[in-house]
Design a protein. Sequence first.
Length: 161
Amino acid sequence: MKLLPIFLIAALSAIAQPTPGADFGRGGRGGPGGPPPFRWWFDPGVVRRIGLSPDQQMRIDRLFQQSRVRLIDLSAALEKEEAILDPMLEADRLDEARTAAQIDRVANARAELEKANGRMLLGMRGVLTPDQWKRLQADARPQEPPREGPPRDGRRGPPPE
């Protein structure tokens, strides 16, 4: 039973990670490989780079607006379940059964939020052409810093002296 607290800490740190796309209206960002910053379909640079038409912008915005209230509610539900879990973990005496059940409730709330967000993003993806989707994905990828040159002799590190 000594491993249970270690397991709980590891599991809870995973549960406590922010949900990609869960910031609905305050500049949230998608996860790795996800969409660029919030309301990207109105960003003039993104619109130009991917060739988004005004009709596509309105269709994507309509999908977002239709999903927004549900996503806000699901995000609040997740926050509530996490708030219930916190004192359980901080208690001097751990009630394993209640805490495990609450962890399940947190995980279920997170899953519902992720599914709703995924459905919204899937709908948005359906508005884009395959070429626009590829360009949007390229916009979303973090840029690696430039290297100072190719490795010499296929090796890493400084050249031999």
